[in-house]
Design a protein around this ligand. Structure first.
Ligand code: DAH
Length: 336
């Protein structure tokens, strides 16, 4: 009976068909039920033996029905799922991966290098007053940077800052020495633009104030920066110069081997020097105390575009800000 039932169970291709087979064997009038009913008329010994045999068959049949039922249900579910399936594999709308702007990258690189030397990275304001942009930095009224042809003046006598140096004053007004800061940010000049001049560009200012600070610290710091940017063989050179807010003042250049061309040359990057006593005097006045009266420190400033032009081989400063994707895309794989 088990073999016959198995054939019929396997052959039933729906739950309904299976149910019919089940009734045929296990139903009230089913074949197995009929066998069970014959037990009553048997001798006790024979009844026991047959009873056990019939029960085994019953168990076996029930297991077979259950297994087939599960298989049919699974198949039914799979059919349903596949008939109702949504094709989610259509290609999407491509999304262009972006990257950081080259100027942002240089600022990030520089900030990392200086943080590594214990500097704080701070930011100033882009609209400044005359006092912070000029006077407190010992830039006299006759200095050419004050000319309306050099500077963007607002109607209320404020200016779009012409350099990041005003943050030297602002930081000392609000903080005590010793400290080390760098200040990256935008600066503005009323310029005729060409391949190396823009009306808006970026600088990085540095200021270190503390006991016993010398020009040697300044040079070591800039050398460390040069190595961080251009590799361990980079060197720094100072050349005497003049800035109203430093004394002595120097311009600094970095010796750098271009990995693309192999050419090596000195590259003017910015200015630096020991903070001028008049700058500290101006800070004392603004703070209304004499905490900076005998302070010592060094300051430096450099142009970020110039650095980016060299590092990435960009021949014209205007390319940075024209948003021409042909320029920017070359460097987009840089979301690091
Ligand atoms: N502020 C100067 C400029 O815009 C750059 C500079 C030179 C900054 C010397 C400094 C410095 O802090 O010491 O040309």
């Amino acid at each position: 009976m088990v073999n016959e039932a198995k054939i019929e169970i396997d052959a039933s291709s729906s739950l309904n068909e299976l149910q019919e087979v089940k009734v045929k064997y296990l139903g009230k009038k089913g074949l197995l039920t009929a066998e069970l009913k014959t037990l009553g008329s048997l001798e006790p010994e024979a009844r026991k033996a047959k009873g056990a045999a019939v029960n085994m068959v019953k168990n076996e049949l029930e297991m077979m029905f259950e297994a087939r039922e599960t298989a049919l249900k699974d198949a039914e579910l799979a059919r349903k799922l596949s008939s109702e399936a949504l094709d989610v594999s259509l290609p999407g709308i491509p999304f262009q991966a972006g990257g950081f702007h080259l100027i942002t990258r240089i600022i990030d690189d520089l900030s990392d290098i200086y943080r590594g030397m214990g500097y704080a990275v701070v930011q100033g304001q882009e609209v400044e007053d005359e006092l912070h942009n000029f006077d407190a930095l010992n830039i006299p009224g006759y200095h050419p940077a004050r000319d309306q042809w050099d500077t963007f003046w607002l109607k209320d006598n404020r200016v779009l800052r012409t350099h990041t140096s005003p943050m030297q004053i602002r930081f000392m007004e609000a903080h005590e020495a010793p400290f080390k800061i760098v200040v990256p940010g935008k600066v503005f000049r009323f310029e005729q633009t060409d391949a190396t001049h823009e009306a808006m560009f970026h600088q990085l200012e540095g200021l270190v104030v503390g006991e016993g600070i010398t020009l040697a610290d300044q040079k070591g710091t800039l050398a460390e920066m040069a190595k961080g940017l251009f590799g361990s063989r980079a060197k720094v050179r100072f050349q005497p110069s003049y800035y109203p807010f430093t004394e002595p003042s120097a311009d600094f250049a970095v010796y750098w081997e271009n990995p693309r061309t192999g050419a090596a040359k000195w590259l003017e990057l910015g200015g630096c020097g020991m903070v001028h006593p008049r700058v500290f005097e101006a800070v004392c006045k603004l703070r209304n105390d004499d905490k900076y009266a005998h302070a010592r420190g060094f300051a430096f400033g450099l142009g970020i575009e110039r650095l980016a032009m060299i590092k990435y081989g960009i021949p014209d400063i205007r390319y940075f800000f024209q948003n021409d994707l042909r320029v920017l895309r070359q460097f987009r794989g840089n979301l690091d």
